[in-house]
Design a protein around this ligand. Structure first.
Ligand SMILES: [Zn+2]
Length: 600
């Protein structure tokens, strides 16, 4: 009697190193326990090269893991840095419906460990990867997670267990995953970071698109290296494998008309790669194309990671030196001459475009009875054209850095986020009164529904937009008293830009914008009508110009004239009683110097 069809002997199974996705012909992707099972099998077969470590827990209590891959079994980050090797950190499945990177990493790990042809990728590089970052989302498996995406059959959910999008959480650090990430990141201090995603948006021929910031907020020498070498080399080396890469994120100026060209998008530090700008490290965003089949996407991701390892391996010293220089520049932000230059907080498109060869898909456009507007229908034939693409970015919002900041101790959540980011925070040992620069804020508006669990102050009527109308934000010198225990943050530190983006109110992901200072906008005392009536009568006698202003307002503003409360508040708002409310007084001081502060 023969063996049943499909039966495999123990020897056959134990010598089979195909990944779970490969075994299933890329129809499925493994769940987290199966993924970890495969990784543990490799690690226990090659403990001299592979180590798995936990770095925290998700909201639902799952272990967050990294896999460390080093040719000679050197697994200690400090020893690795001392050895002159570069560390590459790859993150997968932050959007857990986009799990391509996980399956690509399993295959690449297997090929590095078992196949000599790939082992040389790690001669001068140590590879650390997070197999699945948003594990709770990853285990919320469904056939209905990703309506835009072409397989696999079940995939995870975009958000974490509290429905936060982790790729909007990097600076505000609300999620346990973000907090664990930051601690792990600083333990390893990688030289290069990769975040693997799958696109939403347009149809086109490329299966691998990628973006590396080279904008004015990036350390100039790093930006030049990215522009002159990395982008071109990644594109060339991926294309040489039969995949088709595009070195830029594909955002259309008009979602219904690709002919109108490719748009610029800012990358604020709510995003992983936006945070990398503040960490002074290159961050590569990989976006596999959602409509390509799963095999194509996973193997495309494999090839761009392989190409990046090759590049890093060829000259690790150059990359390490760039990072060291970027750190040094950031650590001087609070000193002359850096303080005389303004630092970008937010970018917008420069208005300059260049023509690029683009391999799109043919399409038709027309009126739609469904949407009632213009609809696009993509066909299957290539559309090889030259399109205008936004190039360059100009600074939309910038600020000259202070020597440091002082935050009163009662703003514990604001200070906590800085500490979670590894920013050095000192404390005053006694009350201190001195001259600082301080902001006065008014005219802010809030959304009617939450965004990422908060009510961020609107920008141009939008929660996601980083530029546009924001209210009034004026800064001036004031003499202010700060209690003992106030937090002092020098800008002469490697993470100066994290502090700047968190504490400058106008920054796109500032504590103010995300709602950490919302109470400062609340009025806490008010006058009874008969009390205000008396105040108004007295003030009108004392100040004739007030009478002129009041009567003028009644004449010209009929809504005001008909609103009894507004008429009474006219007097309250101009009185010392209103001043005492301190509404809109931003409590953080910009320090001119740290010299006179009582610090331990
Ligand atoms: Zn994504």
């Amino acid at each position: 009697m023969g063996l049943p069809e499909g039966f495999r002997t123990t020897e056959e199974v134990s010598s089979d190193w195909r990944t779970p996705a490969e075994i299933d012909n890329y129809r499925t992707t493994p769940d987290y326990p199966t993924t970890v099972g495969y990784l543990e099998r490799i690690a226990s077969a090659h403990p001299d090269k592979v180590r798995i470590e936990n770095f925290g827990k998700t909201g639902e209590g799952r272990d967050l893991k990294i896999v460390v891959v080093a040719n000679d079994g050197l697994f200690d980050p400090e020893a690795i840095h001392a050895s002159g090797r570069a560390i590459l950190l790859v993150q997968n499945s932050i959007h857990a419906g986009e799990m391509d990177g996980k399956d690509a990493c399993l295959a690449l790990l297997r090929d590095i460990v078992l196949n000599r042809g790939r082992a040389q990728l790690l001669e001068n590089v140590v590879w650390v990867f997070i197999p699945v970052y948003n594990i709770d989302g990853h285990e919320r498996r469904s056939a209905y997670s990703r309506i835009n995406q072409n397989g696999p059959v079940l995939s995870g959910w975009r958000a974490n267990a509290t429905n936060l999008n982790l790729n909007r959480d990097y600076l505000k650090a609300d999620a346990p995953e973000t907090r664990a990430f930051l601690q792990m990141f600083h333990r390893w201090m990688p030289d290069f970071f990769v975040d693997n995603h799958v696109t939403d948006g347009a149809d086109f021929q490329y299966d691998v698109t990628f973006a590396l910031d080279d904008t004015p907020d990036v350390f100039p020498a790093t930006a030049k290296w990215i522009r002159d070498s990395v982008n071109l080399e990644l594109e060339r080396r991926v294309n040489a494998t039969g995949h088709l890469a595009f070195p830029g994120p594909v955002f259309l100026n008009d979602d219904t008309d690709p002919a109108r060209g490719l748009a610029f998008h800012d990358n604020p530090p709510r995003f992983s790669t936006g945070l990398m700008i503040l960490e002074n490290r290159p961050g590569l965003l990989v976006e596999l194309h959602m409509l390509k089949d799963y095999r194509t996407r996973v193997t495309g991701d494999y090839e761009i990671m392989r190409a990046l390892m090759e590049l890093m391996n060829e000259d690790p010293a150059a990359l390490i030196a760039l990072n060291r220089e970027a750190d040094r520049a950031a650590a001087a932000l609070g000193s002359e001459p850096a303080r005389r230059r303004s630092v970008p907080l937010c970018l917008e498109k420069s208005g300059e475009t260049t023509l690029v060869a683009f391999r799109g898909c043919e399409f038709t456009r027309g009126p739609s009875a469904i949407s009632g507007t213009t609809a696009i229908h993509y066909g299957s034939k290539p559309w090889n054209v030259t399109l205008p693409m936004d190039v360059g970015a100009k600074v939309a919002i910038s600020v000259t850095p202070p020597a440091g900041y002082i935050v009163p101790p009662q703003w514990t959540d604001v200070i906590d986020v800085l500490e979670v980011h590894g920013v050095t925070v000192q404390r005053t040992t006694a009350p201190w009164t001195g001259k600082v620069e301080r902001y006065r804020l008014s005219g802010m508006r809030w959304p009617g529904k939450p965004f990422e669990g908060r009510f961020p102050i609107l920008r141009g009527g939008n929660v996601e937009r980083a530029i546009g109308e924001f209210g009034k934000c004026t800064m001036g010198p004031e003499t202010v008293s700060f209690p003992a225990g106030s937090a002092v943050i020098s800008l002469n530190q490697r993470l100066s830009k994290v502090a700047l983006h968190w504490l400058e109110p106008e920054a796109p992901d500032s504590a103010l914008r995300w709602g950490f200072f919302h109470p400062i906008f609340e009025q806490k005392e008010g006058g009874e009508a008969y009390v205000l009536e008396k105040l108004a009568r007295e003030d009108l006698v004392k100040d004739p110009s007030l009478r002129v202003g009041f009567e003028e307002r009644i004449r010209t503003d009929s809504k005001f004239a008909g609103d009894s409360n507004a008429r009474l508040e006219f007097f309250y708002d101009r009185s010392p009683w209103w001043q005492a409310q301190r509404v809109g007084e931003y409590p953080v001081g910009r320090l001119i110097s740290l010299d006179d502060l009582p610090l331990s």
